[in-house]
Ligand binder design. Structure first.
Ligand code: SF4
Length: 398
């Protein structure tokens, strides 16, 4: 995305440029249009993403004239937190309103020293994976880069991680980000890439490239371009060991079958400057669908030439699906076959059950006015808010 188009995309409802979502390059271009030096970009990045300052008048190393000019032309605006829930296991869930009245959820999951934030890239999703409730409610819109990085900003701010916000509260911190929330990140390529650059930029969040992961269902042409823009980690939502089954679970597979997808993923990993990186394979286990020992064996053979680690995700049932959760026996048996075949294979544990925030199952609220009444009937029981302008949907295993 060119800086000018990056800026154009960031103009919010106030018609001011929202600097929250501009990368270093985008900010440099913005300041050049004001006749200012490029180093202003670094100053702004630090104020916004390290100090958590949104008020230009508080940016003390910027001249009064420029601060006033910024007030006229620009803003620093994060999405609005509607509600925040804390689980007794430390999981924190945010309900976040984005422009237009839609709402998304972002979940923070602590584990030892690590704090992983699962962020969304779209409101809804057009890919309609059969096991995913987000797919059931269709596509609403792409999130802007500001709305994507804003999820990280909000979580970091809530832990006092941004210095301006004062004392650190507890020892929790966003150390890892996974783009595994609502939506297919590669369908929102420019905004996702810009937000990821802010996650990894040392002048912004400075998270290691080994701790930022993009998860895709397999949009091969976009995956083929990804390496030109980022060196973040890659996860593939595979969920099946052959095309026949994957065509049912992930309809995108009919356009980009497994062999093409794995070849593209290998090219991405091979193109990274550092070696020994592995692709994470996500496999949602559904009772009597893809959980049999022969599926595990077929998966082991399929991945023999691909550097992977495998993450098994027990399916979380939801009201619009007839699929059932895998049995514990089948789950352990599946894992053991993969371990015996030499794969590092983990099981995603359920977290934040008391706040309905199990990893891999976010509850979101989406306002899609075109389908409002239909969705209201479909999932009325899942209503999470009395706010009549917000309609809830559930997101599973994206
Ligand atoms: S699993 Fe991911 S790509 Fe598939 S419908 Fe759900 S959000 Fe979209």
């Amino acid at each position: 995305m060119s800086p000018s188009s990056e800026q154009a995309a960031m103009v919010g409802p106030t018609q001011k440029v929202n600097l929250m979502g501009l990368s270093q390059k985008g900010l440099e271009a913005f300041f050049e249009t004001l006749g200012e030096k490029r180093f202003r970009a670094t100053q702004l990045l630090k104020w916004i993403h390290q100090l958590g300052v949104c008020d230009f008048q508080k940016m003390s190393n910027i001249s009064k004239d420029l601060r006033n000019k910024l007030d006229e032309l620009a803003e620093v605006r994060a999405p609005e937190v509607i509600e925040q829930w804390d689980s007794k296991d430390g999981t924190r869930k945010f309900l976040i309103r984005v422009a237009g009245g839609s709402a998304i959820e972002t979940v923070f999951i602590p584990e030892g020293e690590r704090g992983t934030l699962c962020v969304s890239s779209q409101v809804g999703c057009s890919l309609d994976c059969s096991f995913c409730a987000t797919g059931k409610q269709g596509f609403n819109r792409d999130l802007t880069a500001a709305e994507i990085i804003g999820q990280v900003w909000i979580a970091a701010k809530s832990f006092g991680q941004l210095q301006e916000c004062g004392t650190r509260r507890g020892d929790r911190k966003v150390t890892n980000v996974v783009l595994m929330g609502m939506g297919e990140p590669l369908l929102n390529f420019d905004n996702v890439v810009n937000a990821m650059s802010l996650m990894m930029d040392d002048n912004a969040f400075g998270i290691s490239k080994r701790r930022v992961t993009l998860s895709t269902s397999g949009l091969v042409p976009a995956l083929d371009r990804l390496g030109e823009y980022t060196d973040a980690c890659l996860a593939i939502s595979l969920h099946a060991p052959n095309d026949k089954l994957r065509n049912e679970l992930v309809p995108l597979n009919k356009r980009y079958p497994i062999a093409q997808l794995l070849d593209s993923a290998k090219r991405y990993i091979d193109g990274l400057p550092d070696t020994h990186r592995k692709i994470t394979i996500e496999y949602t286990l559904i009772d009597h669908v893809n959980d049999r020992p022969e599926h595990a064996q077929e998966l082991a053979e399929l991945l023999a030439d691909v550097p992977v680690k495998i993450n098994l995700i027990p399916f979380n049932p939801f009201s619009l699906s007839n699929y059932k959760r895998v049995s514990n026996n089948a789950l352990r048996r599946f894992q053991q076959i993969l371990i015996d075949a030499g794969y590092t294979t983990t099981i995603r544990t359920t977290r934040g059950e008391d706040i309905d925030a199990a990893c891999g199952q976010l509850a979101g609220k989406v306002n899609d006015k075109t389908k409002r009444s239909q969705r209201y009937k479909l999932d009325q029981a899942a209503m999470l808010s009395s706010d009549s302008d917000i309609i809830p949907v559930k997101m599973v295993n994206s």
